[in-house]
Design a protein around this ligand. Sequence first.
Ligand code: NI
Length: 191
Amino acid sequence: MIYPIRLYGDPVLRKRAQPVQEFGGLKRLAQDMLETMFEARGVGLAAPQIGLSQRFFVAVEYADEPEGEERPLRDLVRRVFVVANPVILHREGEVEGLEGCLSLPGLYSEEVPRAERIRVAYQDEEGQGRTLELEGYMARVFQHEIDHLDGVLFFERLPKPKREAFLEENRMELARLQKEARALLKELSQG
Ligand code: NI
């Protein structure tokens, strides 16, 4: 099943999500979230982005797309991460890099600061405890998704002057997204 993705302005994106306690339906949910993410051509999707305020996300490491061909993303999957109740145990280094978000389609910043390397503890879809060391791009993706679980969006990681510039430059688009988020919520509440 493909879920509608909640947009900037939806209050669920601002809430601190609750720990996952029930692992029964998680495999199915992970499949549906991956399908939703492939459809939207994303690298990660957090549960609040489908309206579920739970500490859970999926992320994928992709192989590079062959030059000049657009392949369905699912054909380029190198590794799938299904992550519940993540905790960052250790951070090292700082790098700026490009980020966007499926809840802020079309908006990007190239200067989002993140730790270069992290160690993360989490539970997999069966509730099994795991730890993982990540660096570079996947470390960035995990930090972005974990922020979603705390109600934080990528531009809020920018230092204040850059954050203000981002909000100013994208003022019209952000207002449009908020309007669209409200329309989607209304549609969903009417079933
Ligand atoms: Ni995002």
